[in-house]
Design a protein around this ligand. Structure first.
Ligand SMILES: [Cu+2]
Length: 136
C-alpha cells in the first residue's frame, strides 16, 4: 500500500499527541459512502489517519470549513493519508468523488464554537449529513 503524509513539517516534538484512525467506507455500519467515525474531537497536535478500508475514496479538506491559517490537504484515492491537526477549530473533510453524495466528516480540534452555522456553500447532501453527524 502506498502511503503519504501531509503536514509532516508541522509534527510536534513533544509527547502526548495521539493518533486516531478513520475508515473510508463504501458501505459501513452508519450507511453508504461514510467515514467511521464521522466525528472526532481531538487535541491540537493529534494525528488522524484516513484508511482506505474499502476502495474508491480519499480524504480532503473542505475549503469552507478550514480554520484560518490551516493548510489544505487532499489525499489520493485508495491511499492512506495521515494529517496532523495543529490549529484549533472545526475542520470539514470530504471524499472528492462522493462529496455530492454526502461523504463527509467533521474533525473538531481543541475548543470549537459548537454554535457556528455550517457554511452555505456545502452541497445539500453534505450539509444534511453534517447536521446528522453533529446531532448524534
Ligand atoms: Cu468516497
Amino acid at each position: 500500500m502506498r502511503f503519504s503524509i501531509a503536514l509532516l513539517a508541522l509534527l510536534p516534538t513533544m509527547g502526548h499527541a495521539e493518533t486516531h484512525d478513520v475508515a473510508m467506507l463504501t458501505r459501513g455500519d452508519t450507511g453508504a459512502m461514510v467515514y467511521e467515525p464521522a466525528h472526532l474531537e481531538i487535541a491540537p497536535g493529534d494525528t488522524v489517519r484516513f484508511l482506505p478500508t474499502q476502495r474508491g475514496h480519499n480524504a480532503a479538506s473542505i475549503p469552507e470549513m478550514l480554520p484560518d491559517g490551516a493548510v489544505r490537504f487532499i489525499g489520493q484515492i485508495d491511499e492512506e493519508i495521515a494529517v496532523v491537526f495543529e490549529l484549533e477549530g472545526r475542520y470539514g473533510i470530504k471524499c472528492s468523488p462522493h462529496y455530492a453524495m454526502g461523504m463527509v466528516m467533521i474533525v473538531d480540534v481543541g475548543d470549537v464554537d459548537e454554535t457556528a452555522p455550517l457554511p452555505d456553500a456545502l452541497p445539500t447532501r453534505a450539509r444534511e449529513r453534517m447536521t446528522e453527524i453533529l446531532a448524534r
